[in-house]
Design a protein around this ligand. Sequence first.
Ligand SMILES: NC(=O)c1ccc[n+]([C@@H]2O[C@H](COP(=O)([O-])OP(=O)(O)OC[C@H]3O[C@@H](n4cnc5c(N)ncnc54)[C@H](OP(=O)(O)O)[C@@H]3O)[C@@H](O)[C@H]2O)c1
Length: 267
Amino acid sequence: MAERETALVTGASGGIGEELARLLAANGHDLLLVARNGEKLGRLAATLAAGHGGLVEILPLDLSTPAAPERVMGFLEAKGIQPGVLVNNAGYGTFGFFAESELQAELGQIHLNVTALTHLTRQILPGMIARRRGRILNVASTAAFQPGPLMAVYFATKAYVLSFSEAIANELKGTGVTVTCLCPGPTRTGFQQRAGIEKRVEAAMMEADDVARRGYAGMLKGKRLVIPGLLNKLMAHSTRLGSRALSAKVVRGLNESLRKPGAPKPG
Ligand SMILES: NC(=O)c1ccc[n+]([C@@H]2O[C@H](COP(=O)([O-])OP(=O)(O)OC[C@H]3O[C@@H](n4cnc5c(N)ncnc54)[C@H](OP(=O)(O)O)[C@@H]3O)[C@@H](O)[C@H]2O)c1
């Protein structure tokens, strides 16, 4: 019987990350689940271990703090775990005009969406290369393809994730390690509420399990980029047709429509 590989999934306590964890468990992986909410992680771990028989470890941790990625590495080392799959999914966004935003929320977002993802990838990648086997799934967003007024920092972090993922995917050709960047559009999860987005366009939203399935399938095929859903693909690719200034204008219009009527503008 083939040896079971461990998948490390960040942001596994809900939404897309939880669905990815369910898929990985169902497909024979042991798991290390990381997020802040230990209770949710514990419940999911118990369900997955009972349902699929694998080993499911949890590590409740705030990955937006500078020391957190090394805590993950210490946990892996102490348990003798060398992940064969790394899913960098944890992330959040903030909504509103940048000049009025909470500085700590903006900086925490960069730490989580960019720094922790980069840190974990840099530390886990050499082992994968040495074993000539590994899969990395980085969760960006369709936000990666253009500037995003009213979510300026979030869109910028996701542009980083896409660019970084595509660059290292190229560097890793022929090593046995693949990097897939999953770029979902609006998805029904806890994301909108945490971001403080006041309205949702229900018809445009995909379900988290559907997004996760497409990302997982793309990762197994070693695809460089997965944009789930036709509308999201069209939106992402349409940004090539006009200028970045025009794209910013379009996003501003879309994001303005997600605010309550009469919400104040800066200045
Ligand atoms: N939903 C969308 O419309 C959408 C669209 C495009 C891309 N995405 C991306 O998809 C990924 C998953 O988001 P989601 O939609 O599934 O949202 P979600 O339901 O809010 O899930 C986010 C996950 O990240 C974890 N997380 C948040 N802050 C964390 C921190 N400081 N430290 C550790 N874990 C943290 C959360 O767990 P705890 O709260 O327990 O920490 C949760 O497990 C994110 O990278 C997001 O940017 C979402």
